[in-house]
Write a protein that binds this ligand. Structure first.
Ligand SMILES: Nc1ncnc2c1ncn2[C@@H]1O[C@H](COP(=O)(O)OP(=O)(O)O)[C@@H](O)[C@H]1O
Ligand SMILES: [Mg+2]
Length: 551
């Protein structure tokens, strides 16, 4: 790159000689010689330029690649609380667009910055070597240019952050609508959602335009400035040349070239400053992700030996985002090997309750113990490996059915997979597919019915024969006879496993040894079906109303 700049600096000098001596004194040999040298120099310059672009681009891409990987692994490790706070849309922007701004900066700064400095310094030296009185012009022109640029950038900086956060909003709406496309269609909300998207998108456009408007001024302002300077030099240099004070036409031409280079290099630095300011805004946003220390901290005790009761001791919980108390003073003992059902109205806190056990969130007050050890002392991975979980919202991933089931046990053989699918009542429908277990299911399992997805998620949860199994309303989409067969098969497949079963239907809950009733965040009772039916008003209510519905 240095070579590239040197060749660039040499050109006006050669030209000056051609004009002064070649044309001025009719030395045609000199014209030919210098002309040839100029050609060679231009070619070398172009080649060097190409190489330096190539290397700086590679460096920048490598940098962006590493950064994205790091940021991604951060995001994967964020606790739920943090993902809630960042929002998915914003995380997507930060990992793509913001990192892109940083990449642009790296690719520019490695190249343009050095180049600009060299052109600037070289240009000044060369110009002064032609005639030292040019320093006067530089002295006037440069400060004005720098001030102008500074004013523009100062105006633009706060806008960059605003643009990025409006991009977050656009991504959020987009993401919601794409993943919820079916619901949007079913409720004929397209027009409404389009309008909502329009609002956020307009905001993004307006904010971007405000930035561009400021930036758009820089270019023309600089050109105008350059032209005025040119006229100035022409006038001043020209009159000096006519006076015959040693300044020749070629000198003035070369000086014009150099002043162009000098002003251009300042302009280049300004451009870099623009991407620095932009990258600074983006950098801060990426840094927030990189510095987000997961709020759920791993302990050191290896949980893999633990297999005791799960005890909730005075547990209270509020979501950090809302602060509203969701669970209040829960005291509950879940015996090793028992099946416990959790019953309660929607929003009463059932999902929250079970999410606390593998520490998706940490309790706000009280503590949870497994085999007498506070779960906060466990090494996180070993703790989570104890559980087979079927979340309320079935999450499958794009890929084949067998791949999805092997999430639960990556080295499972086909026989093992088939065995658990038989237990989960999934084998029959999977076999009926043309590609069987290799059937590719769309994103989030979009090609399967709700009940099919639930059964695949159950197979995935039980394949590793976990010590604790958590079903969060996991059989809600199954008809009663399939559900009955599933529990039948499950009880002979699992032996020592403790099962926590969140249910909406009393018929499902009745299978458990005990039923815990959650009402508005409090545990109101925990007993057998027979006892609850005798003593608990809430349970009686639910039981008889469902009995009526079943007819
Ligand atoms: N991620 C969250 N952030 C804030 N509040 C939440 C979150 N998830 C659930 N809630 C609130 O916590 C309460 C209990 O929710 P949940 O445990 O899902 O109930 P259930 O599973 O019994 O239907 C509800 O009021 C719900 O609005
Ligand atoms: Mg729930």
């Amino acid at each position: 790159m240095a070579l590239e700049v040197i060749t660039e600096l040499r050109l006006p000098l050669l030209m000056k000689e051609i004009v002064n001596k070649g044309i001025g004194q009719n030395q045609s040999e000199l014209i030919r010689q210098n002309g040839l040298e100029m050609m060679i120099i231009v070619l070398i310059g172009a080649l060097c330029g190409l190489l330096s672009v190539f290397f700086s681009t590679r460096a920048a891409q490598g940098f962006a690649n590493d950064l994205r990987k790091d940021a991604f692994s951060r995001v994967v490790h964020l606790s739920f609380e943090q993902t809630d706070k960042f929002t998915i849309g914003s995380l997507v922007t930060r990992l793509t667009n913001d990192i892109e701004h940083l990449r642009i900066l790296v690719s520019q700064s490695t190249r343009m910055f050095v180049r600009a400095i060299m052109l600037f310094g070289g240009g000044i030296i060369m110009m002064l070597s032609i005639d030292s009185s040019f320093s006067l012009i530089l002295f006037i022109v440069l400060p004005i240019e720098v001030t102008l640029i500074f004013i523009f950038l100062k105006k633009a900086f706060p806008l960059f952050t605003i643009v990025q956060s409006s991009l977050d909003d656009v991504n959020a709406v987009m993401q919601e609508n794409v993943s919820g496309a079916r619901v949007v269609k079913a409720y004929v909300r397209e027009a409404y959602e389009a309008k909502r998207f329009g609002v956020t998108n307009d905001a993004l456009t307006n904010n971007s335009l405000r930035v561009s408007r400021i930036m758009a001024f820089i270019g023309p302002a600089m050109t105008l400035f350059l032209n005025i300077t040119t006229i100035f030099i022409l006038y001043w240099g020209g009159s000096k040349a006519i006076e015959g004070s040693g300044l020749q036409v070629g000198d003035v031409m070369a000086a014009l070239n150099y002043i162009g280079m000098i002003l251009m290099s300042v302009m280049m630095v300004a451009m870099i400053f623009q991407s620095i300011t932009r990258a600074k805004a983006s950098g801060a946003r990426v840094k927030e992700v990189m510095n987000a220390i997961p709020s759920v901290k791993s302990g050191t005790v290896d949980a893999s030996k633990y297999n005791g009761d799960i005890i909730f001791a005075n547990v209270s919980f509020r979501y950090p985002s809302t602060g509203k108390p969701v669970l209040k003073n829960i005291n509950l003992e879940i015996k090793k090997g028992e099946m416990l059902a959790v019953l309660g109205a929607t929003g009463s806190g059932k999902t929250t309750l079970v999410n606390l056990i593998p520490r998706f969130y940490d309790v706000t007050d009280g503590a949870i113990f497994i085999g007498r050890e506070n779960i906060q002392n466990f090494e996180l991975t070993s703790l989570r490996k104890l559980f087979g979980m079927v979340p309320q919202k079935t999450e499958l991933f794009s890929g084949s059915i067998i791949d999805n089931i092997r999430w639960g046990k990556p080295d499972a053989t086909l026989e093992e997979v088939i065995e658990v699918c038989k237990v989960a009542q999934a084998h029959d429908f999977i076999s009926s597919f043309k590609d069987g277990y290799d059937t590719i299911i769309g994103e989030k399992g979009s090609s399967l019915s709700g009940g099919q997805k639930q059964r695949i998620a159950i197979a995935r949860a039980i394949i590793a024969r976990p010590r604790y199994l958590i079903f969060d309303d996991s059989t809600s989409a199954l008809d009663l006879s399939t559900e009955a067969r599933l529990y039948q098969a499950l009880s002979s497949f699992l032996h020592d496993t403790t099962v926590i079963l969140i249910a909406q239907r009393v018929v499902s809950a009745k299978r458990a040894q005990r039923i815990a009733i959650i009402d508005n965040g409090s545990l109101v009772a925990c007993d057998t079906h027979t006892n609850l039916l005798k003593t608990n008003a809430i349970y009686q209510d639910i039981y008889y109303s469902q009995l009526k519905d079943e007819g």
